[in-house]
Design a protein around this ligand. Structure first.
Ligand SMILES: [Zn+2]
Length: 272
């Protein structure tokens, strides 16, 4: 059995601030340790459920966060960027399940450290009229490969966001949202135990969770935080300007759609 783990940092217990998540943050290395140990808990749970191969994709920022030497030796690690499939790099149709650890809510919702891919760029992303954050978009990549996304860990509100996409997904709430940068956190040892047990249960019940898909064609609208970001993205020939903050495009293939979303955000992110 092959299990894919996409690991972000904002949804890890104890992490509430840019000092934790930014490369030059004073508490970043401590946050990386907390992230690594929540991933290890997931790996242990997967091994208990009979996983034979586990790929962990480091999915935050530089994508060089997990302390490799501290990662469970049964897990192989994808680190570094850029990656064509970003937070889902390494996934293919021979995996049995995908798991999201340390995830957070979409920009503009409540939830700890809410944002969508780039907190200085994206206001919202809609596909066929439905708003998605990182969880939904990444679960749709897994769905493209017919792989079910069976578990998400993070704050109470990312659990709700995930359940709105996939009704019987396993959710592990390691912290409760008080506001965007304040949480009631479970102790790290308790959070890890919940993740380990939840992973084992989720893998055992993986056949009850369908791969997450929506019908093509994919009509995408991306709204940016200021007009200069949309000005840059509008240069692309397949992009339409819908309103001062919003661009749109249409794709038939979901991987093309995801890569286009990622590309436009990187392009806008280059605007000074
Ligand atoms: Zn992140």
């Amino acid at each position: 059995m092959k299990i894919f783990i996409s690991a972000d940092i904002e949804g890890v217990s104890g992490i509430v601030h840019g000092e934790h998540t930014a490369r030059d943050g004073r508490e970043h290395d401590y946050a990386r340790k907390l992230m690594t140990e929540e991933v290890n808990a997931c790996v242990l749970g997967a091994l208990d459920a009979g996983a034979k191969e586990i790929i962990v994709n480091d999915s935050h920022g530089t994508m060089r966060n997990i302390f490799h030497e501290d990662l469970h030796p049964k897990a192989a690690l994808i680190s570094g960027s850029p990656k064509k499939l970003a937070m889902m790099e390494g996934l293919s149709d021979d995996f049995d399940a995908a798991i999201c650890i340390g995830y957070h809510t979409m920009m503009g919702s409540n939830g700890i450290l809410n944002h969508t891919f780039n907190g200085r760029v994206v206001k919202s992303i809609e596909i066929n009229g439905q708003a998605f954050g990182e969880f939904g978009l990444n679960a749709l990549v897994a769905g493209y490969f017919n792989v079910p996304t069976i578990l998400v860990s993070g704050c109470d509100l990312v659990a709700q966001e995930a359940a709105a996409c996939i009704s019987n997904i396993h959710t592990i709430e390691v912290k409760q949202t008080i506001n965007r940068t304040t949480a009631l956190n479970k102790h790290p040892i308790v959070a890890r135990e919940l993740i380990k047990k939840g992973t084992t249960q989720a893998i055992k019940g993986r056949n009850d969770v369908p791969p997450f898909k929506i019908e093509p064609p994919y009509s995408v609208k991306i709204s940016f935080l200021h007009t200069g970001l949309a000005d840059a993205v509008e240069i692309l020939p397949m992009v339409q300007r819908v309103d001062p903050l919003t661009i749109s495009f249409v794709m038939r293939d979901f991987l093309d759609c995801y890569r286009m979303i990622r590309s436009t955000i990187m392009m806008a992110g280059a605007v000074q």
